[in-house]
Ligand binder design. Structure first.
Ligand code: NAD
Length: 292
């Protein structure tokens, strides 16, 4: 069992930290808003008042922050993880960020004797709570092996996909597929409702056939009920579609369907819906059809 420092106790990080406590790790947590730290303490964790306190004495440090600038500040910043972590510690960044930032974090970590893995996750809040996330890990093979006991406590499908940054590249592909699926699920729902078909029955039978997907299973009830509490916020998916589009451009690729859905996600954020679950992409499809 390890001494774990955990930074970023939000929708995903909160339950992940709780699962690490339940697995027997000693988890010291830090979050910008104190209420989330108090919740971890109720669950058996230890409170930290800042980054330095969270990482002092840690063998493993996990960060679960919103975006690239947050990771740059918390990890690379003056009073950040690299400035305070003990030499030899393993930093596992589970945030979804730009692959180039992950590579820089790994390089700067190595220069200070800190090993680094990028380990973005998929599965959303339900799988974070169940401890059954999919985790795509970039970094050195020996560091992946060392991370096993910790990542197995929060994930069910934990795969080493390549060197530093590769986890983020795989996660970008994941977000492309998820966004496209959500867009088509929204179109199918508008389509069924326009024809007066029982949408619950229709989507239930689709779910048992080739049209079935994890997205359909997780999101159809939210869409049918127009209940869009997050979950995964549209503003985070907007960030991820930016990562996808710039990585596609770097590789000289055309991703027409991804680009279209990225525009619909952007429109949702521009219309003030960035704080809603990404299933609220339904609202854009409904509006296009005069049903908004
Ligand atoms: P969130 O906003 O709920 O959690 C982020 C947490 O980090 C918050 O509690 C916030 O207070 C804290 N934080 C932000 N900046 C900080 C700082 N400077 N210092 C200390 N704490 C700080 O977001 P989330 O939904 O948990 O997502 C986290 C990451 O996981 C994102 O990169 C997201 O893209 C990714 N992700 C989310 C989901 C999901 O379904 N929510 C699924 C897979 C991946």
């Amino acid at each position: 069992m390890s001494e774990v420092g955990f930074i970023g106790l939000g929708i995903m990080g909160g339950p992940m930290a709780a699962n690490l406590v339940a697995a027997g790790h000693r988890v010291t947590g830090y979050n910008r808003s104190r209420g989330k730290v108090d919740r971890l303490v109720e669950q058996g964790g230890v409170a930290a008042g800042d980054v330095a306190e969270a990482v002092r004495g840690a063998e493993v440090i996990i960060t679960m922050l919103p975006d690239s600038p947050d990771v740059e500040q918390i990890v690379l910043g003056e009073d950040g993880v690299l400035a305070h972590a003990p030499e030899g510690a393993l930093l596992i960044d589970c945030s979804t960020i730009r692959p180039d930032v992950s590579r820089r974090v790994a390089e700067e970590g190595a220069a200070r004797g800190i090993r680094v893995l990028d380990a973005p996750v998929s599965g959303g809040e339900p799988k974070a709570i169940d401890g059954t996330l999919s985790i795509m890990v970039g970094g050195a093979e020996e560091d992946f092996a060392r991370a096993g006991a910790v990542l197995d406590a929060v994930g069910a499908t934990v795969v080493h996909v390549g060197p530093a940054g590769a986890g983020q590249t795989v996660k970008a592909a994941n977000q492309l597929v998820v966004a496209g699926n959500i867009g088509l699920l929204a179109e199918a729902l508008v389509f069924l409702e326009a024809h007066g078909v029982d949408a619950e029955a229709g989507l239930r039978v689709l779910g048992g056939g080739l049209a079935g997907s994890a997205v359909l299973g997780a999101k159809e009830a939210k869409m049918r009920g127009r209940e869009f509490a997050p979950g995964f916020r549209l503003e985070l998916h907007h960030k991820d579609m930016g990562i996808v589009q710039s990585a596609a451009r770097d590789a000289g690729l055309s991703i027409p369907l991804g680009s279209l859905v990225a525009q619909l996600v952007a429109a949702s954020v521009a219309r003030g819906e960035g704080g809603l679950d990404h299933s609220a992409l339904y609202n854009r499809i409904a509006e296009l059809n005069g049903k908004g």
